[in-house]
Design a binder for this molecule. Structure first.
Ligand SMILES: [Zn+2]
Length: 168
């Protein structure tokens, strides 16, 4: 079994992270993808992936954290995705539900990360909430250059899900 979205960097696991990983493995989870949601979390996820066997990580900036996107953050994410433990760019995407970052900030960070993934030929770990149309509009031009994608936090309709699947 492979868990593709493990928030192992969460402070909830500060005390018993090793035990959590050991219990997951004992329960049959032999692979885990640790999700990075901003620069710090992505660095932490990569360090954990390096430390735990059977763990890989993503590096990226979540829509909620998009206001933190800057040339320095872009450089840091770029450095991370070139490390062997880091196998996807993300989480990235759009979340117009709560707009912790403005829609404009989200679109800039999302597009930059799609460009990075396309340049490196890496899959993307996507988050989309209440932003279906803009999400597809920004994603569409890059699809031919992305080897794969996971879409989560999906809140759309059956038709919108099909529109996403049609682009797989
Ligand atoms: Zn998410």
């Amino acid at each position: 079994m492979f868990d593709i979205g493990v928030n192992l960097t969460s402070s909830q696991f500060v005390r018993d992270r090793d035990e959590v990983v050991a219990r997951a493995r004992a329960a049959g989870v032999h692979g885990m993808l640790l999700t990075g949601t901003n620069r710090h979390e992505s660095e932490e996820a990569q360090r954990l992936a390096e430390r735990f066997e059977g763990c890989w990580s993503t590096a990226g900036v979540h829509p909620h954290d998009s206001s933190s996107w800057s040339p320095e953050v872009a450089d840091a994410i770029y450095a991370l995705v070139n490390k062997p433990e880091v196998v996807a760019v993300g989480e990235c995407g759009l979340d117009f539900n709560r707009n912790f970052s403005t829609p404009a900030e989200q679109e800039i960070a999302f597009s930059a990360q799609l460009a990075m993934a396309a340049e490196l030929g890496m899959p993307v770990f996507l988050h989309c909430r209440d932003a279906h149309e803009r999400f597809l509009a920004l994603l569409e031009p890059w699809l031919d250059h992305l080897p794969g994608a996971v879409l989560h936090c999906f809140t759309g309709t059956r038709e919108e899900a099909q529109q996403c699947l049609d682009r797989a």
